[in-house]
Design a protein around this ligand. Structure first.
Ligand code: URA
Length: 201
C-alpha cells in the first residue's frame, strides 16, 4: 500500500531509488512506457527543475527534457547562467510517459509522488523551479491557474525541510505561446535573484 511504499522509498539512496523507479508498477502508466525516466543531473545541485512527465523522446532515451521542450529548457537555464548537470537537477512530476503526452492524472502524480519527495530529500536543493501546472499540483498540491501562481515563491515543506519554490511556465507551453516567453524570463531572473539571496544568507 501507499504508506509502505513511501516508508521504503524514504530510506533509499540514489541508486536504489533509480532502480525502484525503473521497475515501478504503481500506476497504469507503466503499461505503455518504453522505460521510466527518473531524472538527471548533479546530485548535489542547488537548483531543482521539475516538469510534467516524459514525452516520446524522453521515453525513448530515458532522460528528461531531451526533445523540443528540452531545447527551450536549456535556453532557459542558459539565460540565468545555468547548464544541465552543473548545479542543476531535472526531474518530472511523473516518471513514465502518459500515452499521447496527455496531462498526467492526479492519481498518477499521487502514485509517483514518493519518488519526487525522495529526490527532493536526497538533493535538498536550495530552490525548486516548478515548470507548469502539473509540477505545481504535484509538489504544492495547488490547482489554480498558472497565471495566478507564476513568479510567486511558495514554500515546499517536507518533514524538517523547507524549500522555496518558484513557479513559471512550462517550456512546451511557451513553444505554443511565444509572447509569454518574456514573462517566463522575468520569472527566471527572479529565481536567479532569489538564489543569490539564499546562498548569501
Ligand atoms: N516535458 C516535460 O514535462 N518533461 C520532460 O521530460 C519532457 C517534456
Amino acid at each position: 500500500n501507499k504508506h509502505n511504499v513511501l516508508a521504503k522509498v524514504m530510506d533509499m539512496d540514489w541508486p536504489q531509488l533509480r532502480q525502484t523507479i525503473m521497475a515501478c508498477h504503481l500506476c497504469g502508466l507503466c503499461a505503455k512506457r518504453k522505460q521510466a525516466v527518473p531524472g538527471v543531473g548533479d546530485e548535489q545541485a542547488d537548483w531543482l527543475f521539475i516538469g510534467e512527465g516524459p514525452g516520446a523522446e524522453e521515453d525513448a532515451r530515458g532522460e528528461p527534457f531531451v526533445g523540443q521542450a528540452g531545447r527551450l529548457l536549456d535556453a532557459m537555464l542558459a539565460a540565468i547562467d545555468l547548464a544541465r548537470g552543473k548545479n542543476v537537477y531535472i526531474a518530472n512530476a511523473v516518471k513514465c510517459r502518459p500515452p499521447g503526452n496527455r496531462t498526467p492524472e492526479l492519481s498518477e502524480m499521487a502514485a509517483c509522488r514518493p519518488y519526487l519527495q525522495r529526490q527532493i530529500e536526497l538533493l535538498q536543493p536550495k530552490l525548486i523551479v516548478l515548470l507548469g501546472k502539473a509540477a505545481v499540483a504535484a509538489v504544492l498540491g495547488e490547482e489554480g491557474s498558472l497565471a495566478s501562481m507564476r513568479g510567486r515563491s511558495l514554500i515546499y515543506r517536507q518533514g524538517e525541510l523547507e524549500i522555496p519554490t518558484l513557479v513559471t511556465y512550462h517550456p512546451a507551453y511557451l513553444l505554443r505561446n511565444l509572447p509569454d516567453k518574456a514573462k517566463a524570463w522575468e520569472d527566471l531572473c527572479r529565481a536567479r535573484a532569489l538564489m543569490q539571496c539564499i546562498v548569501n544568507m
